[in-house]
Design a protein around this ligand. Structure first.
Ligand code: B12
Length: 260
């Protein structure tokens, strides 16, 4: 073990996973194979694990999921190194504001309420996430946007179609449209967001559409430009982060002309 791997040296730049002892490279993965549960299926799981670079590998759990599928948990060693100094992180690029400061900024600089319209689009019925951000009761000890006196909140609920959301955004003169997507099967969240951005591009004159903010536990925040939205929020987002972003984007006029 060199100095970079030595846990006694502060902030190592090269690390390996930890299982039984520091740096032993032990990982645990789970997956399902379309095979009935038998010895051959367990062998297939080990073959996959080996091909994934887990070697030696051990099937620590296997359970039939109906007659034709088996769920596995495999535990084993990887030999890859993690170079901590090369990790890329999506950093928040705006200041976190208290509700009081956010309200003051909107009042002083916008001179009217900041109008938000929120919804869960497509067939997605998971409303807990968007409610956590919008409803007064909030999330993780923070009040939702309804608590902010200078924010006007219209929560349209679940399974809202894109045309309906566009109509409501126009009717309410939305400054920001907040959309939640929790179901990601077959990348439905990405397809729905692309449909959303295309519809807003069509419905509004160039450069005049509201901010489009999407969120959900399986979004990659670095994909905003690719999806044509202004910001993506992932799992664990708090209402204060969203309110601060909206103030930053609206009040401080940070929107990029190329994005609108
Ligand atoms: C509760 C729940 C349900 C409830 C939803 C009730 C409701 N009113 O919302 C019910 C029972 C209805 C349900 C149904 C289904 N569910 Co469900 N459900 C869940 C569960 C257990 C919790 C989700 C949740 O509430 N999380 C808590 C909230 C606070 O977290 P969040 O959504 O991540 O939101 C946070 C952030 O992501 C972010 N955020 C989210 N949205 C937004 C939006 C904006 C604008 C911003 C800024 C931030 C933001 O901020 C929030 C706060 O931090 C998850 C599993 C899990 N543990 O996550 C499965 C899960 C989401 N469900 C799943 C599935 C498959 C379904 C069904 C298809 C099951 C079925 N076969 O019928 C149906 C689909 C129904 C439909 N048409 O959508 C899968 C999705 C898998 C996938 N790859 O897409 C999951 C992951 C379970 C699993 N492991 O399989 N479900």
């Amino acid at each position: 073990m060199n100095d970079q791997m030595n846990p006694s040296v502060d902030a190592p730049v090269v690390i390996r996973p930890y299982g039984d002892t520091t740096g032993d490279g032990m990982v645990q993965v789970s997956f399902t194979l379309p095979l009935a549960h038998d010895k051959r299926a367990e062998g297939a799981a080990l073959q996959l694990a080996n091909k994934m670079g887990i070697s030696p590998a051990l099937v620590v759990h296997a359970k039939a999921m109906g007659p034709e599928f088996t769920f596995f948990i495999v535990y084993g060693t990887v030999h890859h190194l993690v170079e901590v100094d090369k990790v890329v992180v999506f950093e928040r690029d705006y200041e976190l504001l208290t509700p009081k400061d956010a309200n003051a900024a909107v009042r002083e600089q916008l001179g009217r309420p900041l109008v938000t319209v929120g919804a869960c689009i497509g067939s997605d019925a998971h409303t807990v996430g968007i409610d956590a951000i919008l409803n007064i009761k909030g999330f993780a000890g923070e009040k939702g946007l309804e608590y902010y006196g200078e924010f006007e909140v219209h929560n349209l609920g679940a399974q809202v179609s894109v045309p309906e959301l566009v109509n409501q955004a126009i009717a309410f003169h939305a400054d920001a449209v907040l959309v939640s997507q929790v179901v990601t099967q077959k990348d439905a969240h990405l397809a729905n967001v692309r449909e959303l951005t295309a519809a807003f591009r069509e419905a509004y004159p160039h450069g005049r559409r509201p901010l489009i903010v999407v969120g959900g536990p399986r979004f990659d925040p670095t994909m905003a430009a690719e999806l044509g939205v202004d910001r993506i929020f992932g799992k664990g987002t708090t209402p204060g982060e969203v309110a601060s972003y909206l103030v930053h984007a609206m009040v401080n006029q940070q929107r990029k002309a190329s994005d609108v």
